[in-house]
Design a protein around this ligand. Structure first.
Ligand code: WT7
Length: 649
């Protein structure tokens, strides 16, 4: 767990309480606490929410649960894109703004639901013209531009599961994901803006596709200026989106999908070197992301909603695209960095568009805190009425700053715990009901049941977080590896889901999520497996062995510290450390760049040869060393600790 003892004690003595403001509660989508009891019949509760969607055919059964496999709304038929777009066209939402987009350079585009429908229909027809059919996988590697949402919705429309890969991932990471999903089409852009320059997405995609025999077509959206250099397009393989779009019409019928047909695959890091393709399906997924968007973000028709996540992560799938569009919301989308051209950019966007509901990550909040209030206070943020956070535990200090400086002490904060695997929000306050506590995700969403268990499966006050009942937006399997699905999530207890987090109850039964209990790091809200970084390091010719741990970081929450032994007993120096950092960033992506590298003659190992990461974690955190009695050579760790402390000062 990422918290040390003292931080944990401080957390659990947090006594500040924030009840929903009366005015907020009076107008809230949910203001009656009896919703929790009513949802005890969880199948009926979720069926009620499913009924809010448009179904071509009603389901036969709400839930079929053959642990660890669930089928929700089996026999039901629907289309996710139809529910996010077409469903809104018959009423007053038709001419409401669906998307308000701003590029980093300041260019703007907006789309009503009627316009969105035409964009998505056109995109779907372009995919069809490339031969994409129901069930075919499509990889998406795009910046945060409207076409990212169009592409996802177009795939959903024609029943082609998408696999979105974050634009910050390296060519190798992209290639691994394309090959694992066996995608035949890749959608990318010639570039995207980040801190005043363009990220060379097409060049990265070319390097990836060189390793992907299954890719037949690369569809390229013109964004970054490459359009002026047509030589970079490979004849027969690469197509400009705008050229194909000019040749198709904008009307494309939505495929009739089974509730359990795959909507998308999204890769996430686990405890091995190979990312897992998390599989989400159609009916249950949309039911839960829609229900949570409406109730947790309290969305009303006049809200301007902004979730700052990139569509490359699950938050971007569930709470930029599918949840809010299913709810008929007006969604703000921004392409670039929060500190470009200055550190007030997010607050300028909130002011310019009159954002009412704002959802971001603790790492961003801590960066804003460091940058100083003056960047915030020069903008008018009085339109904001509700704030959300997700991605990692939020420290009470950051929560209080968010409440005071961004929320003007009037906006409830929803601290939402969930995962790529859970698909939708699982543990959260309801902003019109729950009295919140800074740093606590409060309690399971209605219909969700979570407990704290020990290894023996007994209930405890502090232990592993466990989800003890199936939920509609749960992952259904790991793409191509159902055994890994069983082993990773369902092998600790019988029929109970293991998310990999530790948590604690306070005396009133509020949940406090403490962080991962496995070899997964959470760096700036992004999940990175220690093994992935270790494999990247040992790929380098100079490296013999590597062990990676997390160390506390004021803004990122955790940063990566790597202990490395070199080939032939070679001694490392600053130049090699810099080279290795660059090597990892190149192999995985800049988010995986180690913050610190310490060269060691030897790593602490048990007598059976297992590297003791826990002790390395103690060293990186500057903690007293834990139990060293099982080590083959206790002197190794002591000398490492002294060297690490000398280096870090
Ligand atoms: C892991 C999941 C869910 C979208 C973003 C991350 C951590 C997430 C919280 C929270 C404490 C949180 C957990 C979880 N996490 N939200 N509100 N409080 N921890 O998705 O990459 O799948 O990571 O993020 O450790 O297991 P992800």
């Amino acid at each position: 767990m990422t918290h040390d003892r003292a931080a944990l004690d401080a957390l659990l003595t947090e006594k500040r309480r924030f009840a929903p403001p009366a005015e907020f509660a009076a107008a809230a989508v949910v203001s009656d606490p009896s919703v929790y009891e009513r949802a005890e019949d969880f199948e009926a509760f979720w069926a009620g929410w499913a009924g809010e969607l448009d179904w071509f055919e009603e389901w036969d059964t709400v839930l079929e649960w053959n642990p660890p496999h669930a089928r929700w709304f089996d026999g039901g038929k629907l289309n996710v894109c139809h529910n996010c777009v077409d469903r809104h066209l018959d009423g007053p939402r038709r001419d409401r703004t669906a998307l308000l987009w701003e590029g980093e350079p300041g260019d703007r585009r907006s789309f009503t639901y009627a316009e969105l429908s035409r964009e998505v229909g056109r995109f779907a027809n372009v995919l069809r013209s490339l031969g994409v059919r129901k069930g075919d996988r499509v990889a998406i590697y795009l910046p945060m531009i409207p076409e990212a949402a169009f592409a996802m919705l177009a795939c959903a429309r024609i029943g082609a599961p998408h696999s979105v890969v974050f634009g910050g991932f390296s060519p190798d990471s992209l290639a691994d994901r394309i090959n694992d999903a066996e995608a035949g089409v890749l959608i990318t852009a010639d570039g995207g803006w980040r801190r005043g320059t363009t990220v060379p997405l097409k060049a990265n995609a070319d390097r990836a596709v060189a390793r992907c025999p299954g890719i037949e077509h690369v569809l390229v959206v013109a964004r970054g200026g490459l359009k002026d250099h047509p030589a970079d397009m490979v004849d027969g393989r690469d197509h400009w989106y705008h050229e194909l779009a000019a040749g198709v019409d904008d009307d494309c019928p939505a495929e009739v999908m089974d509730a359990e047909d795959i909507l998308y695959i999204l890769y996430t890091s686990g405890t091995t070197g190979k990312p897992k393709g998390v599989v989400h399906t159609t009916g249950g997924y949309l039911t839960q992301v829609h229900a949570t968007t409406r109730t947790v973000f309290d969305l009303k028709d006049d809200d301007i909603y902004w979730c700052t996540a990139d569509v490359g992560w699950v938050t971007g799938h569930s709470y930029v695209v599918y949840g809010p569009l299913a709810a008929g919301a007006t969604v703000v989308m921004y392409e670039g960095a929060p500190d470009w051209p200055d550190r007030g950019r997010f607050w300028k966007i909130c002011e310019d568009y009159g954002v009412t509901v704002f959802y971001t990550a603790p790492t961003a909040i801590r960066a804003f805190m460091q940058w100083g209030e003056e960047w915030v206070t020069r903008h008018d943020l009085t339109s904001l009425r509700l704030l959300g956070t997700v991605g990692e535990p939020i420290n009470p200090e950051a929560w209080m700053w968010y409440h005071r400086v961004i929320g003007g002490e009037r906006c409830p904060i929803v601290d939402t715990w969930w995962q790529t695997e859970t698909g939708g929000i699982m543990i959260t306050p309801l902003p019109g009901v729950t009295q919140t506590r800074p740093g606590s995700a409060c309690r399971p969403f209605p219909g969700i049941e979570a407990r704290l268990l020990n290894d023996a499966g007994e209930e405890v006050d502090a232990g592993y977080l466990a989800v003890t009942r199936p939920w509609p937006s749960m992952l259904r399997t790991i793409w191509g590896d159902d055994q890994r699905y069983r082993d990773t999530y369902w092998s600790r207890w019988d029929g109970v889901y293991f998310p990999g987090d530790g948590a604690k109850y306070d005396e009133d039964g509020y949940l406090w999520i403490l962080g991962r209990v496995d070899d997964v790091l959470n760096v700036a809200g992004h999940r990175i497996g220690t093994m992935e970084v270790e494999s990247a390091l040992v790929e380098h010719a100079a490296v013999a062995e590597a062990a990676v741990v997390g160390k506390t970081h004021a803004v990122k929450g955790q940063a990566i510290a790597a202990f490395v032994t070199l080939m032939g007993g070679r001694e490392g120096d600053e130049d090699l450390a810099a080279e290795l950092k660059k090597h990892v960033a190149g192999a995985i992506g800049p988010i995986a760049r180690p913050e610190a590298i310490l060269f060691a003659a030897d790593l602490p190992k048990t007598r059976s040869g297992k590297i003791m990461r826990r002790l390395l974690g103690d060293i990186a955190a500057g903690r007293a060393l834990g139990d060293t009695t099982t080590l083959a050579d206790p002197a190794v760790v002591q000398s490492l600790k002294e060297r690490y402390e000398a280096k870090e000062g």
